[in-house]
Design a protein around this ligand. Structure first.
Ligand code: FES
Length: 123
């Protein structure tokens, strides 16, 4: 069991390790992101968490960055490293791999990203 000191943390990366994402290399993505954070000396400022399914399996592998509220799709180990270097450290965006961003008090789907299904209850 771990209890991290988060007082210096600026970003939290949620890395989906649900079934669909694992089939598309989520474990390798997780290791690549964590290695890049360490290589860049950012362990105190960027925290990562493996999650179960985030409900966007068609976008596997899914990576979500807070507090920005950016949802990345089709993340590979190389894209994961670029998220750390470019999106978090140099504040540029990997627009072609972002599926949703937070704005207007909700997540905004980017052009060309499938809507998905509604959450209406099935009888
Ligand atoms: S398994 Fe990753 S979004 Fe469903």
């Amino acid at each position: 069991m771990t209890t991290w000191d988060l007082s210096q943390t600026r970003h939290h990366i949620l890395i989906c390790n649900g079934g669909s994402c694992l089939k598309r290399g989520a474990d390798e993505v997780t290791c690549a992101i964590r290695d890049e954070i360490s290589r860049c000396g950012e362990d105190q400022r960027i925290h990562t968490t493996r999650t179960k399914c985030n409900g966007r399996c068609a976008d596997a592998c899914v990576v979500i960055v807070y507090p920005e509220g950016s949802w990345f799709k089709a993340v590979t180990p190389e894209i994961g490293k670029a998220i750390v270097r470019e999106h978090l450290l140099q504040c540029t965006s990997l627009l072609s791999h972002i599926s949703h961003v937070y704005g207007e008090e909700r997540f905004l789907r980017q052009p060309g990203v499938p809507i998905g299904v509604t959450k209406e209850k099935m009888d």
